[in-house]
Ligand binder design. Sequence first.
Ligand code: C2E
Ligand code: CA
Ligand code: CA
Ligand code: CA
Length: 278
Amino acid sequence: AKRAGGHTYALFESRMNEGVQEQLALQHDLRHAVERNELLLHYQPKIDARLGRLQGVEALLRWQHPTRGMIGPNVFIPIAERFGLINGLGNWVIEESCRQMRVWADQGMLMSVAINLSVHQLRTEDLVHRIESALTRHRVMPSQLLCEITESVAMEDIKSTQRAFEELQRIGVYLSIDDFGTGYSSLSYLRQLPARQLKIDRSFVADIEVRPDARAIVGAVIQLAHQLGLRVVAEGVETEGQRDILLALQCDELQGYLLARPMPEAALGVWMSQQAVM
Ligand code: C2E
Ligand code: CA
Ligand code: CA
Ligand code: CA
């Protein structure tokens, strides 16, 4: 395979090794990220489309690496999943989000927080117990916690997802299907899952102003979701045009840079006080 263009191949191989080296280095550091206190959550507001009020926040994981700076989840979550570190990170997210909800509750705020779960977490036996234990210890109501699972992941392992969803529903936690529209599943399939919310993937929202077909799809998804008793959230709302169309299509909640970016807890406090004045 190396005969022609051996040089190119060697170059490719060395680049590939760099990629592998890079991943190995990161996974090595990632193993200590929790104990070294390098993880943090940023919170992105979700806004009630009709009332314009804060509906809750989504917790998004960040890694403050000692030398590389802030690393986003699109980089390190796949590495964590590949190297068996995702449950450790996921458990930290459960713990930290419940701790933060208690801090807000002590300030008189009943904040709903959505966390993202990996399929590996859904497959572990003790996920539900962990969540229940964190809620109890921090004295947080289960209905304040929303668990988001990506559609493609849910459909890939429908059995694990269904079992986990049913157990989580039993303890009173709410469930959400994330990135809907990317997994090629039908809405009728979703009837098998006791979800409360559906999040329309950003790619549809991005096209909604320019492509009539995207707009039609989003409109149909919202109507069907409503008939199934699901609340619909549009993610990645960046323009006023997108917001207006989503409002007209009766989308329930909006999330995106137009409304607010993900931010650390302190900045969220400032953001909320500014909202109150407006
Ligand atoms: P996601 O759950 O679909 O989260 C939405 C992503 O879109 C976030 O990226 C958010 O910062 C970004 N976003 C929000 N509004 C806009 C917008 O208006 N325009 C654009 N272009 N982007 C917007 P982020 O924080 O980099 O997270 C990426 C993905 O990493 C998440 O996608 C989620 O799948 C995963 N992730 C994040 N935190 C966790 C976690 O604690 N556990 C697990 N398992 N996965 C996580
Ligand atoms: Ca999400
Ligand atoms: Ca999403
Ligand atoms: Ca996504």
